[in-house]
Design a protein around this ligand. Structure first.
Ligand code: PA5
Length: 478
């Protein structure tokens, strides 16, 4: 009997800005007028890839454009040189770790953590870590540390990792992924020491076992690379030169932990590559990346919408929003410029921020991140009987499905904002899966860079953060 694998859906995500123009705050023509500059921003964004490759980086310039064609390159290598490809190495290491342990701790901060969280929360079971191993398909739990210097949180994770004395049970074994492009970020470095000590104790001081359970993901050189050498880790992954931290989710940084917890990383990359194709080829008027960058820019300069609310309509997308908060603010918040990003989860935040978004200062562009279809069976409102009647007066809604209630909420909120001339756009994901999440991450990264090129801000590098880091260390090492 032949086994035919069902063809998984690859429909594109869609950007719809009609609600912004409907306010009358900016004329549609202004977008048409921006087509030339947006086209130029695309050319600049793409030519930066060649400029990086051909060594055309100017002295003192930060140019992290290598993330752009990375999904295409990873897939091409995987398809043509399989056993020698980076993706093959990632999948092989993922399988080894998956079979060896029941929990993986990811140490990293900023771009070395948030992308992985975004992938984990959007693509895995929403309660992955709470499921027994069998129901996780034998995939380890994933925990995050090293993104702060929080005493009690680190202690709490150490509590979870502590195995009963003498236990060699797989369910008590854990591994460490240490992620840092520079290899010297303080939060990650101090956590690395702490968790390495705990892991060394857990393997009873066996250096070979320790080495096998630590996977560093870092730049070619640096302190973490040196530490990995000293430990003798058999698996190490390099964050390629020219890929900055916040653009690294689709390198080993995100792909290794994603593959460990069972996310289909090939489909993630295929989604990102599809978005690349669309960005390169689609005319401005049909190009979600350029339209999103252009409309967001116009709302900022034409309507004073300096706050960009990414209003996610799924709990699973909150971490994508937090990753995007960092991406946008660190990339464009420079030289006194740059919109302020803010993530909300609806309808949760209708009950906290809704009043302000509806009636507060007119400084916001709301971009809804909507989901077409749920992944699981549609829940329906059940009848209530045996212990109560219609006290909650919901009988008329019996049989109404959860996605339909959420759609009603989204439509209701949009209508309310429209009545009050609050600018609202939509990004619609047909569903939340690897392909759409790959598209979305690549779309938002490309749009951030294209907008930077449009307004003359270098989207790469984060010179401002360096000052705070230096001043922090000066206090610890006076
Ligand atoms: O986008 C960036 O490059 C930064 O925000 C980094 O992700 C963050 O500072 C962590 O740096 P590193 O990966 O070097 O530890």
């Amino acid at each position: 009997m032949s086994v035919v694998r069902p063809k998984l859906p690859v429909d594109p995500i869609v950007y719809e800005p009609a609600g912004v123009f409907a306010t009358g705050g900016i004329p549609r023509q202004s977008l048409a007028d921006l087509a030339g500059p947006l086209d130029q921003a695309r050319t600049d964004t793409l030519s930066d890839v060649d400029r990086f490759r051909s060594g055309g980086v100017q002295p003192g310039e930060v140019l992290d454009s290598a993330f752009i064609d990375l999904p295409d390159r990873l897939l091409a290598d995987y398809n043509t040189q399989r056993p020698r490809s980076e993706l093959f190495a990632i999948l092989t290491a993922a399988r080894r770790i998956r079979e060896a342990v029941d929990r993986v701790v990811v140490l990293g901060v900023g771009g070395s953590s948030l992308g992985t969280r975004a992938l984990f929360e959007s693509c895995c079971h929403p309660f992955h870590n709470d499921l027994p191993r069998g129901e996780r398909g034998g995939r380890p739990r994933l925990s995050f540390e090293g993104f702060n210097i929080d005493n009690d949180s680190a202690q709490g994770l150490l509590d979870l990792l502590a195995a009963p004395q003498g236990s060699n049970d797989l369910l008590h074994r854990w591994a460490l992924l240490v992620v840092s492009k520079s290899g010297d970020t303080f939060e990650t470095a101090v956590a690395t020491r702490l968790f390495l000590q705990a892991l060394f104790a857990a393997v009873n001081g066996d250096r070979r076992k320790l080495a096998a359970l630590v996977v560093p993901i870092t730049g070619k050189t640096g302190r973490l690379a040196d530490l990995a050498g000293a430990i003798g880790c058999p698996d190490r992954f390099e964050i390629p030169a020219g890929v900055g931290g916040r653009f690294s989710a689709l390198t080993a940084v995100g792909l290794l932990p994603a593959a460990i917890v069972g996310i289909d990383v090939v489909r993630l990359l295929e989604g990102a590559a599809a978005m690349n194709r669309c960005f390169r080829e689609a005319p401005v008027a049909d190009n979600p990346v350029l339209l999103y960058a252009g409309v967001s820019h116009l709302a900022e300069v034409g309507m004073g919408a300096t706050i960009r609310v990414l209003s996610t309509w799924s709990n699973r997308l909150e971490a994508v929003g937090l990753w995007y908060d960092k991406l946008l603010s660190e990339s464009l918040g420079k030289a006194g410029q740059g919109a302020t990003p803010l993530t909300t989860v609806m309808t949760r935040d209708l009950h906290s921020r809704g009043q302000q978004h509806q009636g507060g200062r007119r400084d916001k562009l709301i971009t809804n991140l909507l989901v077409g279809a749920p992944r699981r069976d549609r829940l329906k409102l059940p009848p209530i009987s045996g212990f109560a009647g219609n006290e909650d007066t919901l009988d008329d809604l019996v049989g109404t499905a959860w996605p339909d209630m959420l759609a009603a909420a989204a439509a209701g909120v949009s209508e309310a904002y429209a009545r009050d001339k609050r600018p609202t756009a939509d990004i619609v994901l047909p569903r939340v899966d690897e392909h759409t999440v790959g598209q979305l991450l690549q779309m938002l990264m490309l749009a951030t860079v294209a907008e930077g090129r449009l307004v003359g801000t270098n989207p790469y590098g984060q010179p401002g953060v360096e000052t705070s880091k230096k001043l922090m260390l000066a206090r610890l090492r006076p």
